[in-house]
Structure formats: structure tokens, C-alpha cells
Design a protein around this ligand. Structure first.
Ligand code: BGC
Length: 878
């Protein structure tokens, strides 16, 4: 939706918070309950779902059919109990199953983020992740996970790159297919998203993605195409943006011609949240279900459109039938009551997450074998802003309230038998940390009180009073709308007590109009704010208020806020006066510590310094893109100072996207740490101390400079248009073509052992439309520790009518090899490995000629080449 938030810290709500129109309250979980997949549900999955959908459709009135085409609330489709049609409950997605409350909901398993999973290149693992996510989804009493995210990494600054897999469509599609399979074989629908052209967050609901047909087919549609061919996701989510001038939810070309037409897709298309943009065109193009509940575009407007002849009965029937097919696939006639959400914190899921984390960690550099560290002899100094806190995921709808977190410093201490010292190094807050740890409400409990008033004028007595534990008050899905109505006002009160005396700082940002009083004095008036910030999707920038405070003496903070839409100009633009409201109060005590000097001392005294740097869920999130590839705050300075103090320095970078590494030549060992979910700390310690041999490889190129990147000149567009001017050359396709040496190439990743690639044998020498080229080759672990290698196969079309990339990834395999062992593997190529999309014939084509097969350990480390022929050109559509 155009308006979701990023943070995942828990809050506690003491009164009902079910959204208007919801069928059941989004209650906080009852952990006692355990809901197995009913036998009835299982048998429904097997029968001919479309046929039964049609039978049910025949019994519905027009109004009932139309009611199925808009959600019943934020997360559920409409139930029609009289006709035995149950509701489907959805849940975000993609690195966990969050459940029905956006911030601070039911605790859930937090898996490594998309790019970390992609760095494993392990198809079997992705399937297992899907299987475990199915159990997690069911534990939230949901049937449909809003995942996987398969948007391409077009540019390193993409705010949601961390959530999706790669810059390569083949790697993305193959992994997504396994993830979908894992979910659906356990009766949970995947909702592959966002279809299509949603590669940036800047202006994401209004940006027009101008993309030529060939890159659209070869890059941006390709992951969807592969996943649909191989795993048939039962749902697909249209994106917010426009594609070549038409919004994605009403785009005939992508939805009708390609998805339903050429690919014959038989699932349901759902809108992104708030992403329907018309009554007639969206339905006709094939966007079946609007999410979340809204009266803006459908219901009687569809009936009016039918009466006016703008849509036909078949249009409504088709969408209703697709919705019913989804319901049949997931629930059949199962009308049992939706159970409360529950936790399902299983040891086997915890293990899988730790293993997946370890497999995704990518060793970029290890000069002089600084790694692995020895737990019995190495004195380690752990330094850095991300060392002593949990950096488990990115922000936005992918965030959730994890069962637990593991913190690198703790995990390293546990893994080491020597003394481990810690130095903070610097802070990287984008906004001041939430004030919650310092705040108590009037009865002395942690948190804030909110007094809610009906109407936006603070009139009468409060109709609801709540206590919440978090001063990040993102109220999008948790205002008590059924009591306060669509226009409301609220007073937030809390008492902030510090442990030190000093000139401290309070921060304040507001979504609607807001005023902050400190000890009764108005300190920040944001009633008519105009400058938009990034937190909370629709909030103001963060304003700082310095306040002199005495240790132990509480300061009263009071905020007045309403849900009127701000900045005021938006009221006209969106034809609405009110939205969801909210505010965020941050706090930081004054500190006069020389963090870098502290870090230098710690590094000097240790055998090895491990510096854990990077980004976090504030810097990388849905809703906005990054502004620069540089590490924020003093991190580069910190690394330079530490490596100067101790040349045995390991840098661990936690981010979902590449960062600039101006210190790369001076630091001997670098690990790309991604966001690894609840086991992030343990997985890192496993690799640092060699309990796990790293085997991750980069799913995206790390460029030297932002200026080298393929979309540098067109990112993020102008006047609400972004032209994908680099065409088919994104990622390594661009660096190879322009002969620009990256910092670390696509597919790169080291191990604590060494692998030798045997000479490949091609079992066939020519490829036909339905044939394969089977490649057999030996791979040996010639080092002294067990390890896994990812063998990558690229193809190069020697001569082609249209320009083609130097290399395209067409097959890969991850192989585990005990030290000293050799295995033979078989990789197969088919027509999809050689085709390109030719717009002069509107079809994929394999052109006759010679193709080179390049087999290597990364896109830049090719160990063997061979060739095969396509003797006669052939074409295909899907
Ligand atoms: C996101 C989707 C998400 C949905 C529901 C939207 O803002 O783009 O990916 O599934 O919200 O939270």
C-alpha cells in the first residue's frame, strides 16, 4: 500500500484494534492454540478446483459476485457463508509470515531476506524455506503468503532490493519457483510480486516505468515467467507503478496479452495494497481482487459500469471465478472459524534459518587466510555500529516481530573461548532511536497512553484509552476506527526519564497534524508541516528538539495529533481529507565519547579486529530508495582507523545492496553479511570461526562507483517517468559489455577450501526446440576442509542478429564436497538458455549458429568453455 510502515518493534495495545469492516479482530495471538491443516482442506487441494469454482459461481447473485472482487478488510477476502464460500486470509511476506498486525504483531520466524537466500544459490534450500514458511503462514491462520518478491535489482540504491533476489532473472526465477513450490505443496498460496516494472520506491505509486519490449520480456517478466512455468503460483500481485503509460493493475499488455494470453496463467491476480486505479480498466485487464477493503473503485461502481455497458457480465464472472478458484485451492468448503494467530517457534525452523544464514554469507576477500578465526587462540575485538544490535531484516512490509534475535557480539562471545572485547565505533541512526526505553505512562508501566477522540477536534471525553509500549506510533492498521470513526484526534502522553544529566535530544515526526509539548511547553508545532520525510511512508521529516534534563527527573511529553491528511496539498491530489495519522518520538542522550579512538584502542589490543558495519531497516526499506551507496555516518573512517591500528581486520558488511568500499585494498578480509533474520548473529559466528565454511556467492554485482552502474543516468527518473534506457544490459550484462571492472563481480564468493573444475563434456552438440544439451563435469574439493561450491554456466551467442549480452546465466548447481573428494554433476540446457525476444516477430527465437558455454566459479572466473550449435532457428512464445 502507499502507506505502510517500516519498524517492527513490539507495541502493546490494550483495547480492541480491529480495522473497520474486518470479519474477525486481528487479535494478538493465543499461543495455546494449534491449528493443523484439516483433512478436508487437504482433499480440496487435490480436486478440480476450477470446476467447483464454476459450480459455486453459478449460485451467486450479481452483488455476491461483485463482493468477492474487493477484500473484506486489510488482509482477507470476502466470505459468503450462505454459499459456503470461506474467506482467505493473506499475510506478508516474504522473509516470514507476519500475520494481521503490521507493527508488533504475533511473533514469527524471521528468515534471511531475499538477497541472502539468493546468495545461497541453493534450490533445495529455497524449497525447504517455502515449506517452513507454509507452516508459519498457517500458524498465523493465513492461507496465502504475499511472497516471493521477484523484482529485479536494476540499481544498487533500490529500497526493496534486499527483499528480492538478484539482478539476474534466471537466478531469480529458478529460486522463486522452488520457494513457491515449497509453499504450495503445503497448501499455502504464493503471491508472486510485484507484476511488473517495480524496481524503485521513489514515487512508486505514480512512477511510469518506460521499458522497451525486449528488456521487459528478457529481464523484468522473466522471473515471473519461469516461476509460472515451473511452479504455477496461485496468485500474483500487480505492482503500483505504470508500465509504459498504463498502471500495472489495468495494463492489458502485461496482464491480458502476456500473463493470461501467452502464458495461460490460471491463478488469481490481486492488486498491491491500494494499487487499483480504475473501475472498468482494472477489471477488464484482469486484476481480480482489490486489496485492502475500499469503496473507491468497486461494489456499486462495478454494477453501474455493467448497467452502462462499460463492462460485461463475463468480465465480472471471470474475476469472481478466479477468486473462487483461489478459495477452492486453499479452503474448499471449509467454513470453520478463523482461529487466533499463534506462535510456532520450532527447533527445526530455527536450524533451517541458521543454516540458510550460514550458506548465504558471502566471503568477498580473505587475503592471508585471516579467516577463519581460531576459537581457542584468537583474541577478538568486535567493533562497529551493527555489532551489538540485531540487524535482522530490512524495513516495510517485509518486517515482522521475530521470535527472537541473535546479536553478533553475543554469538561471537559464545563461539570464542578467549576474551572478546567490544567497541561501538560509531552510531548509524537515520532517525534518533525510539524513546520507548526511557518512557513510562502515568501508572508507571513502560510506554505511552493514548486518549482517542471521535472526530478530529479533541471534543468530549476520550472514547478509547490505550497503552502502547512503543513511541513509534504507526497507526495505519491499528487505530480503533470502529470506535473513533474515520476522522479522529488523539492525545499521547508519556514521561521520559534519563539516567544522565545533560542537553539531550528529542525527535518528533508526524503523519497528520501534530504538536509536541515538553513539560507543558509547545516545543514543536507540525500542525501544517510541508516537508515530507521517509519514515511511516507519509510522515514529515524528523525534527530535533534539544532539551536540558536532569538524571532521574521525569519530563512530561504530550503530543496532540489527528489523522487529517498532510501536507495539505495532498488533500486535493488524493481527493481525501483524512488518512491514517501517527507520529514517532525519538530520543538520544548527549554523549561525548570519542568512539573511534575507543575502537582503535580495542583493535590494537586484539589479535584480530572484526568490524561489523552496514545499513539497517531504516536505511533500506519499502517506501523509499537509498540516496547514496556510501556507508552512513563515520563507518568508512572507523574502518580506516581500525585497519591502521590492526592490519588483521575483518569487515562484515550487513546490507541488502552493495555499498562503496573505499578501504577495500587495505582490509584483508571482507564478508557480505546481508540481513539474515533471527539467526543472524549465530550464522555469522559459525562462519567467522569456521564451524561453517562459507559458500555464498553474490546475486548482484558490487560496483566500484555508483557512476559505473547501468541505470546511473536515468535513476530514479524525472517528472514521474523512469526510462529503462540501459535496455537488456543491467547487472553483469552491463559491466561485461562496457568492460567496467566491478569491485566484486556477479557470482563471486570465496570458501575456506579450494575447488578444481574438471573439463566439461557436452553429451549433445546441437540443440533443437525440444531437446537439451547435457553437460557432465567433475568438481573436486582440493583443500583440507569440507565445503560447497556453486558451479555457474553462462552462454554466449557467438553471432546474433540483435545485440546480446556477453554472458547470460543459464544453469547453476550447488554441490557439497568433503575435503579431497570429487563428484560428477550434470547440468542441462534447453531452448530457454539460448533464446532472446525478437520484437520484429513478437516471439522468442533461438537463432541458428554457435553458442559458447562458459563454466565458472563466478561471472568473471570462467574455468572452461565449450560450444554447441543450433542448426536451424526456431521460435516460441512460452
Ligand atoms: C507492498 C506489498 C505488500 C502489501 C501489504 C504493499 O505496500 O508493496 O509488497 O504485500 O503492501 O502489506
Amino acid at each position: 500500500m502507499a502507506s505502510l510502515d517500516t519498524r517492527s518493534e513490539a507495541h502493546e495495545v490494550e483495547s480492541s484494534m480491529s480495522p473497520v469492516g474486518s470479519e474477525a479482530a486481528n487479535s494478538t495471538p493465543n499461543t495455546e492454540f494449534s491449528a493443523p491443516c484439516s483433512p478436508q482442506q487437504k482433499s480440496q487441494i487435490l480436486k478440480d478446483t476450477r470446476l467447483s469454482a464454476r459450480k459455486k459461481l453459478a449460485q451467486l447473485t450479481l452483488e455476491e459476485k461483485v463482493s468477492l472482487l474487493t477484500a473484506a478488510d486489510f488482509w482477507r477476502t470476502k466470505a459468503i457463508p450462505e454459499k459456503k464460500i470461506p474467506a482467505i486470509k493473506t499475510s506478508d511476506g516474504p522473509n516470514g509470515a507476519r500475520g494481521g498486525i503490521f507493527v508488533g504483531g504475533t511473533k514469527a520466524a524471521l528468515f534471511p531476506c531475499g538477497i541472502s537466500l539468493a546468495a545461497t544459490w541453493n534450490k533445495a534450500l529455497l524449497r525447504e524455506v517455502g515449506q517452513h514458511l507454509a507452516s508459519e503462514t498457517k500458524a498465523r491462520s493465513a492461507n496465502m503468503l504475499l511472497a516471493p518478491t521477484v523484482c529485479m535489482h536494476r540499481h544498487p540504491l533500490g529500497g526493496r532490493n534486499f527483499e528480492s533476489f538478484s539482478e539476474d532473472p534466471f537466478l531469480t526465477g529458478k529460486l522463486a519457483a522452488q520457494y513457491v513450490r515449497g509453499l504450495q505443496e503445503n497448501g499455502v498460496a504464493a503471491t508472486i510480486k510485484h507484476f511488473v516494472g517495480n524496481e524503485q520506491e521513489t514515487h512508486r505509486v505514480t512512477i511510469d516505468t518506460v521499458v522497451a519490449e525486449r528488456p521487459l520480456r528478457e529481464l523484468y517478466l522473466r522471473p515471473f515467467e519461469i516461476a509460472i512455468r515451473e511452479a504455477n503460483p496461485w496468485a500474483i500481485m500487480s505492482s503500483y507503478n505504470l508500465v509504459n503509460g498504463v498502471h500495472a493493475d489495468m495494463n492489458d499488455h502485461t496482464l491480458k496479452d502476456i500473463l493470461r494470453g501467452e502464458w495461460g496463467y490460471d491463478g488469481a491476480v490481486v492488486s498491491d495494497w491500494g494499487g487499483i486505479n480504475s473501475t472498468v480498466e482494472a477489471l477488464k485487464a484482469g486484476c481480480d481482487i482489490e486489496f485492502p477493503f475500499s469503496t473507491k473503485w468497486r461494489f456499486e461502481k462495478l454494477i453501474e459500469a455493467l448497467n452502462k455497458g462499460q463492462i460485461t457480465q463475463e468480465d465480472i464472472d471471470r474475476a469472481a471465478e478466479n477468486t473462487l478458484t483461489l478459495v477452492e485451492r486453499l479452503k474448499g468448503d471449509d467454513m470453520s472459524k478463523e482461529e487466533p494467530e499463534r506462535e510456532d517457534n520450532r527447533p527445526e525452523t530455527r536450524k533451517l534459518i541458521r543454516d540458510a544464514g550460514g550458506e548465504g554469507l558471502t566471503l568477498l576477500k580473505n587475503v592471508g587466510d585471516v579467516l577463519p578465526l581460531c576459537p581457542n587462540t584468537t583474541n577478538v575485538a568486535v567493533i562497529g555500529p551493527n555489532a551489538n544490535r540485531a540487524i535482522a531484516g530490512g524495513g516495510g512490509s517485509a518486517s515482522l516481530n521475530p521470535y527472537y534475535n541473535t546479536i553478533p557480539l553475543d554469538s561471537i562471545k559464545k563461539a570464542s573461548n578467549k576474551e572478546v572485547v567490544f567497541a561501538q565505533g560509531c552510531h548509524i541512526h537515520k532517525w534518533l532511536p525510539v524513546a520507548s526505553p526511557f518512557c513510562t505512562e502515568k501508572s508507571g508501566l513502560p510506554g505511552v497512553n493514548i486518549d482517542w477522540f471521535r472526530g478530529d477536534k479533541f471534543q468530549g471525553d476520550p472514547v478509547v484509552t490505550q497503552r502502547r509500549t512503543n513511541t513509534d506510533l504507526f497507526l495505519w492498521d491499528s487505530a480503533p476506527l470502529s470506535q473513533v470513526g474515520p476522522e479522529w484526534s488523539a492525545n499521547v502522553t508519556t514521561y521520559l526519564t534519563t539516567t544522565t544529566t545533560g542537553r539531550h535530544t528529542i525527535s518528533f515526526m508526524s503523519v497528520g497534524p501534530g504538536r509536541l509539548y515538553v513539560n507543558g511547553k509547545l516545543e514543536m508545532d507540525l500542525w501544517d508541516w510541508t516537508e515530507e520525510g521517509e519514515a511511516m511512508f507519509d510522515g514529515s521529516i524528523d525534527y530535533l528538539v534539544p532539551v536540558d534534563m536532569e538524571a532521574g527527573k521525569p519530563v512530561e511529553l504530550k503530543v496532540e495529533l489527528t489523522n487529517e491528511l498532510r501536507p495539505i496539498a495532498k488533500q486535493k491530489q488524493f481527493n481525501a481529507t483524512h488518512k491514517y495519522g501517527g507520529c514517532r518520538i525519538g530520543f538520544k542522550e548527549e554523549d561525548r565519547v570519542d568512539y573511534i579512538q575507543e575502537a582503535v584502542e580495542a583493535a590494537k589490543a586484539a589479535d584480530v579486529a572484526v568490524v561489523i558495519v552496514g545499513l539497517d531497516a531504516e536505511w533500506e526499506s519499502e517506501g523509499y530508495d537509498r540516496q547514496t551507496m556510501d556507508l552512513p555516518s563515520d563507518q568508512d573512517k572507523l574502518i580506516e582507523a581500525v585497519v591502521a591500528a590492526n592490519p588483521k581486520t575483518v569487515v562484515v558488511n550487513q546490507s541488502g545492496t552493495p555499498v562503496a568500499m573505499p578501504w577495500v585494498d587495505r582490509v584483508p578480509a571482507i564478508i557480505q553479511g546481508w540481513y539474515q533474520g533471527q539467526e543472524a548473529g549465530n550464522a555469522l559466528a559459525d562462519v567467522l570461526f569456521g564451524a561453517v565454511n562459507p559458500s555464498g556467492k553474490l546475486p548482484c554485482t558490487f560496483p566500484q562507483r555508483i557512476e559505473d552502474t547501468p541505470a546511473y543516468n536515468t535513476w530514479p527518473g524525472e517528472n514521474l517517468k523512469v526510462v529503462y534506457g540501459e535496455g537488456i544490459f543491467i547487472g553483469y550484462r552491463h559491466y561485461e559489455r562496457c568492460k567496467i571492472a566491478p569491485l566484486f563481480p556477479f557470482g563471486h564468493g570465496l570458501s575456506y577450501t579450494k575447488f578444481e573444475y574438471g573439463r566439461p563434456e557436452l553429451l549433445q552438440r546441437s540443440l533443437t526446440a525440444d531437446g537439451t544439451i547435457d553437460i557432465v563435469m567433475g568438481i573436486s574439493n582440493i583443500g583440507s576442509v569440507d565445503g560447497s561450491e556453486i558451479i555457474q554456466v553462462y552462454v554466449n551467442d557467438e553471432k546474433s542478429r540483435l545485440p546480446r549480452p556477453e554472458k547470460e546465466l543459464v544453469a547453476f548447481e550447488k554441490v557439497f564436497l568433503p575435503a579431497g573428494e570429487t563428484r560428477h554433476i550434470k547440468l542441462s540446457l534447453d531452448k530457454y538458455a539460448v533464446g532472446y525476444y525478437d520484437t520484429s516477430i513478437n516471439s522468442w527465437i533461438a537463432e541458428e549458429g554457435t553458442f559458447r558455454v562458459l563454466i565458472g566459479a563466478s561471472s568473471a572466473d570462467i574455468r572452461h568453455t565449450s560450444t554447441f550449435e543450433v542448426k536451424e532457428s526456431f521460435t516460441w512464445l512460452f
